[in-house]
Structures are given as structure tokens and as C-alpha cells.
Design a protein around this ligand. Sequence first.
Ligand SMILES: [Zn+2]
Length: 153
Amino acid sequence: MCAIHDDVRPGMIRSILRNKCPRCRRGDLFSYRNPYDLRSFMKMPETCSVCGQPFEIEVGFYYGTSYVSYALAVAVSVASFIAWKLMIGMSLNDNRLFWWMGVNAVLLVVLQPLLMRLSRAIWIYFFVGYDPEWSSGLVGAPERMNKELRNGW
Ligand SMILES: [Zn+2]
């Protein structure tokens, strides 16, 4: 199906971070590369441009990403808390704890587009595995698709 087919299996973590299709790990999950173009950053093609895998497997598929997104926000907060404690320190006798809260809130807002994309990528990787035969052109049809509800989440 595609000329760039090779037998190398791209790593899962790397493919998730690069927002690649879960089935072939080559096509892009999102239509536009720039995550900070806020009007279009969540637009996804209907199917993978490389292997044809549908990206919205069923109606409301990405509704579940809120759980992933929540976990990521907690992970970022924990990481920033640890970094803050190590580099700046934390004490109940001054405002450093509140400064961390403020900085962490700003950090979460700034990272939000990246985290939202990452959540979708992680979510679809739960349901679609890598297929070594991805170039065969045989793809499972999406379940209960409703075109009007696409991208509505
Ligand atoms: Zn693909």
C-alpha cells in the first residue's frame, strides 16, 4: 500500500509522544503539526494517511480522554512540585508553596494543548495495537460511526 514500508517497528513511547497512528506508528494522528494553533490543533484526519486506520473508532470515542488528561495533569503537578522542592524549597513559613501553586497552574495552562493531544494518543493506543501487517490494507471498520458527531468531543 505504501512505498515507505519497512520492517522496523517504531517504539511505542516514542510513537505516542510524536502523536503517531497506533496501528502503523507512521501516519500522523493530527492534521496539523503546530499544537499551539488553537483553532485547529485537535483536528484529526478521519483515517490514517499511511495505513487507513480510522482514528475515531466509535461515537464519542475520545470522551474517555478526560481520565488520561487528568492523570497527566496530576503527573505534571507532582513533577513540578518535586522540582520546586529540590530547586527552590518549600516551607510553611513563607509563600513558596503558593508561588508553586501559581507557577504550576500557569504551566498546566501552557502545556494544555500538548497534554490534550497526548491524552488522545494514549487513549487510542489502549484500543488499537501495532499491526506488523499494517501495509496489507486490511483495516477493521469503525463501529457505529456517526459523521455528524465526529470531532465533537
Ligand atoms: Zn496508520
